[in-house]
Design a protein around this ligand. Structure first.
Ligand SMILES: [Zn+2]
Length: 259
């Protein structure tokens, strides 16, 4: 029987802009699980992982409760990490994965723990994040967003979840993460177009085609109104706050120079 290596992460430091990208991604759908890969640096000795970027993955199979990362996707994410490593002059690599649990609790399922354990066989410090969204707590009757950070742990022959300490660190919005947010609607549009496209061997009558096109239009309008527009509003708001802060700092600088 294969064993999970006996080396575990002690702490994960997640930058706040990556946290924002993941939440934004998780909130795009309450019907399926979304997923992506985490990029950053790992301190092998201290067993601490620092997550500073992420890659949003495109789903080809929209089955509920089925999140799988294909080798091609992993390869593309590694290439992205290598590019970032060159730009930032830091040893960036794929350090973990994230996925969402819409309408269910944040805890990893048996499938999640098994998947996580296979990643740990390749990289003992690989980590998993789960974002629970659209889950209502009956006692407080409000919508909650929860996050867990975990690894798989082998006790005797049983695989179990091992919680990892998670710290969200405040960070300015980096250009490459902004690009990640901006690419989100594009990825969603691509998924919709693919899922509605007619396969070559499929014969389709005009009414069915009309029906299909109408559904595609509704889905695309949904992306614009529920994802792109709020995202633009949010970014404009962030810009206003930043401009206001610049003004404030300039006034302070002038005051200090004059005194
Ligand atoms: Zn899961």
């Amino acid at each position: 029987m294969k064993m999970v290596p006996d080396k575990y992460l002690k702490k994960v430091i997640l930058s706040s802009d990556v946290f924002a990208v993941c939440i934004q991604h998780a909130l795009t759908t309450e019907k399926q699980e979304i997923m992506g890969l985490l990029i950053g640096e790992v301190d092998e000795e201290a067993c601490v992982s620092q997550v500073t970027a992420c890659v949003i993955l495109h789903r080809s199979d929209k089955q509920p409760d089925r999140v799988e990362i294909s080798p091609e996707q992993l390869c593309r994410a590694s290439m992205h990490a290598e590019q970032l490593a060159v730009t930032l002059k830091k040893p960036m690599r794929v350090v973990g994965w994230y996925h969402s649990h819409p309408h269910i609790t944040v805890w990893p399922s048996h499938v999640d723990i098994r998947t996580q354990s296979t990643y740990q066989m390749m990289d003992p410090l690989f980590v998993g994040l789960i974002f629970s969204v659209y889950h209502t707590d009956q006692r407080i009757r409000s919508n909650q967003i929860q996050l867990t950070c975990f690894q798989a742990h082998q006790r005797n022959s049983e695989l179990e979840r091992r919680e990892v300490q998670l710290i969200i660190e405040n960070s300015p919005l980096q250009g490459y993460n902004l690009e990640g947010i901006a690419n989100l609607p594009k990825i969603l549009v691509q998924e919709e177009v693919e899922s509605h496209s007619v396969k070559d061997n499929e014969t389709i009558d005009p009414v069915a085609r009309l029906h299909n096109d109408a559904f595609k239009t509704v889905a695309l309008v949904h992306i614009v109104s529920k994802v792109s527009r709020p995202m633009c509003d949010d970014l404009v708001e962030r810009l206003n706050v930043t401009n206001w802060r610049i003004k404030e700092l300039e006034a302070l600088k002038k005051e200090l120079l004059d005194s």
